[in-house]
Design a protein around this ligand. Structure first.
Ligand code: PLP
Length: 360
């Protein structure tokens, strides 16, 4: 992937581990008559990774960005492509062109999708997102019936299913009750309008526990997974999922200074580079190292070092470490685990090189 003169910092993506995670999840869900949608936004729709997901048996690839869908289509990733962020009005033509399915909540947008689908002689499929308490995107339950009545006559539009998104903006748990309600809404729509809803998408990696614990999932037959695939864990409590790798992705960056210095800055303390007033504990002289990566590249709060160091601070371009045990020299590489936010930011930074190892 992307050429660079400098091989630090680097995000290392272990393709064999990502494939293993995806395949394990596909099989687990399949044994329970459900399918998963692989969510690729965190890897910017990287086609090599998307192909690993499809070879693991994932049929639906979802991404929030049209640019990422285009990238995967161009590289012949073989999947049904789903745009999982509801479309911009100014961009509906691209949606119809590149997405097989899109998530929707606004009638005026769906009408535009319909016009564009007719123009392109296509049928664009939609999943209607239902508001179930998390207060991000979603049609209010009281509006669903009217909405569907208005959609059904539109040409070039097919309602493929419904879905909801929880544990995101509002942190609301996808409980058995919430999921049963979604399932009931699906059955209500099917009975009322005599249509078949093929895809009932119950949520994201936060639904994992519900999926494992509740045997009767009624009509819910799809879950959208990003973090579970790439970081091997569910997202309500961030518990590791058994049998998956939690270290498929790592960040590696180089030490650009290593020295013994005071633990407390010398002088009057005012605001730091980000408008905060820092405070320091006096531990006397400590071993410190500086890494050539900073807040412009990664959400530093989401990094966990895999070495005997503590992160004591960061600036736009640096992370400052306290070295606790071993000796660390200039030029040494320090490895980090990333949480989803750190992964998202580092993958999006043009200054962080992306390297795929263990090709499948
Ligand atoms: C990002 C996203 C997901 C994936 O969430 P994870 O927690 O990474 O599994 C699912 N659905 C929607 C609508 C999203 O935007």
């Amino acid at each position: 992937m992307g050429k660079s003169d400098c091989d630090s910092p680097v995000i290392e993506l272990d393709l064999a581990k990502i494939y293993h995670n995806a395949k394990t999840l596909v099989q687990l869900f399949k044994s329970q008559h459900s399918e998963i949608m692989g969510i690729t936004k965190v890897v910017l729709g990287n086609p090599i990774i998307a192909k690993a997901l499809t070879s693991a048996g994932i049929k639906y690839i979802g991404d929030s960005r049209i640019e990422n869908l285009k990238r995967m289509i161009k590289e012949d990733v073989n999947a049904e492509f789903v745009l999982i962020r509801t479309p911009f009005r100014s961009n509906v033509k691209q949606v119809v062109k590149y997405a097989d399915i899109s998530f929707n909540t606004e009638l005026s947008i769906i009408k535009k999708l319909s016009e564009n689908a007719v123009n392109l002689t296509k049928v664009h499929q939609i999943i209607l997102m239902i508001e179930m308490g998390d207060l991000r995107e979603g049609i209010l339950r009281t509006d669903i019936e009217q909405m569907i009545q208005n959609i059904l006559p539109l040409k070039g539009i097919k309602i493929r299913g419904i879905g909801t998104n929880l544990a995101c903006f509002g942190g609301i748990k996808p409980t058995a009750l919430k999921m049963k309600e979604l399932s009931d809404i699906a059955m209500f729509i099917e009975n009322k309008f005599r249509i078949k809803l093929e895809l009932i998408s119950g949520g994201n990696s936060a639904n994992f526990e519900w999926f494992q614990e509740i045997k009767n999932r009624n009509r819910i037959n799809n879950i959208r997974l990003g973090e579970a695939i790439f970081l091997g864990r569910e997202t309500l409590y961030r518990k590791p999922i058994k049998g998956l790798y939690q270290d498929a992705v790592n960040l590696i960056t180089e030490v650009i200074e290593s020295n013994k210095k005071e633990s407390v800055p010398d002088g009057e303390i005012c605001q730091d580079a980000f408008g905060q007033i820092p405070s320091f504990k006096d531990k006397g002289i400590i071993s410190r190292a500086i890494l050539g990566i900073g807040r412009q590249d990664v959400d530093v709060n989401g990094l966990t070092p895999l070495a005997d160091v503590n992160i004591i601070g960061s600036s736009s371009d640096h992370i400052i470490l306290e070295i606790t045990k071993s000796i660390i020299n200039v030029g040494d590489k320090i490895r980090f685990k990333l949480n989803y936010s750190a992964l998202l930011s580092a993958m999006t930074s043009p200054f962080v090189k992306k390297v795929i190892i263990n090709n499948i």
